[in-house]
Design a protein around this ligand. Structure first.
Ligand code: B12
Ligand code: SF4
Ligand code: SF4
Length: 225
């Protein structure tokens, strides 16, 4: 397979980055046959994200859904290109929580783990993935595959430094202000229950409890206008 053509096809669909990584040991046993991951990254609109001021907006909720739809479509396309090339490929939805893995707040596989392993950015104090170019203003999807892929980079060191903007921006007190170091549990840096409860209580009428994004909006990385 020509990986440059594969990437170019996906970038043409509207993605801002495509990365390749080796799958880490957090992959669930039923998916252990897949040793490589394709990271699909979509850059959110600054025009929409910049409007988030103290609360999410209806426009952001719709943008979130549209971005998820594009990412899921790109994941399908990537799977099909890999299948036609004789590989097996498994799409991880952009935004799907599952409730059969002992953690109420988890997905089938973590997009952020794959994006970091592909060398595309780091985990910020916010617990969000932060790209040095786009900041946390991106949405992600992942395709797992048994095709050997040329890994695109190494995990980046955190560039958060002394910044605490996301800590101060979070109305739920969910962001603890700790620099993420590989191997830390999510709970060491972020309280998922507090975040989720706040989104449901305060913004249920806007985004059915699925969006907030004040931590994402506050990050100095990716603020271009
Ligand atoms: C369940 C879920 C939630 C839950 C729990 C969040 C959480 N952090 O776990 C709740 C409802 C609280 C939530 C809230 C939000 N979410 Co959410 N959510 C998910 C979902 C569906 C699964 C997350 C999951 O499995 N969590 C389990 C924990 C253990 O993993 P994790 O925190 O995702 O990632 C950890 C690992 O990646 C580890 N790690 C990092 N590097 C490496 C490398 C290796 C090798 C290893 C082993 C591990 C590792 O560190 C990370 C930090 O703890 C993902 C989609 C997905 N499948 O990934 C979206 C996702 C994480 N959400 C996203 C977003 C944007 C949000 C919100 C801003 C809401 C909104 N859209 O407005 C808030 C932000 C909260 C925050 N500050 O993190 C984006 C994040 C994009 C980004 N730039 O990082 C994702 C990736 C969806 C997407 N398609 O882009 N979410
Ligand atoms: S999404 Fe909102 S409530 Fe959740 S961590 Fe970010 S700022 Fe806090
Ligand atoms: S707002 Fe500051 S501390 Fe939070 S993720 Fe961005 S750079 Fe890191």
């Amino acid at each position: 397979m020509d990986f440059d053509t594969f990437k170019a096809r996906l970038l043409d669909e509207g993605l801002c980055e495509v990365g390749f990584s080796r799958v880490d040991d957090t992959v669930p046993p039923d998916l252990a046959r897949y040793h490589y991951a394709v990271t699909l990254m979509f850059r959110l609109s600054d025009a929409v994200v910049d409007e988030i001021d103290g609360a999410p907006t209806y426009a952001y909720f719709q943008h979130y859904r549209a971005a998820n739809a594009l990412l899921d479509r790109c994941a399908l396309l990537a799977c099909e290109m890999l299948r036609r090339d004789g590989a097996r490929a498994y799409p991880i939805a952009a935004s799907q929580s599952v409730h059969d893995r002992g953690d109420k707040y988890t997905g089938i596989y973590q997009h952020k783990s794959a994006a970091v392993a592909a060398g595309l950015g780091w985990i910020g104090k916010s617990a969000l993935f932060v790209s040095p170019v786009y900041g946390p203003r991106v949405r992600l999807a992942t395709v797992l595959t048994d095709r050997e892929l040329p890994v695109t980079g190494q995990p980046m060191e955190s560039r958060c430094g002394d910044c605490r903007r996301c800590v101060d921006a979070c109305p739920a007190g969910a962001v603890k202000g700790v620099n993420y170091v590989r191997g830390m549990a999510r709970e060491d840096i972020f309280d998922a229950e507090k975040c989720s409860a706040h989104m449901k209580k305060a913004y249920g009428h806007i985004g059915r409890g699925a969006v907030c994004g004040l931590c994402m909006r506050s990050c100095p990385y990716g603020q271009n206008g």
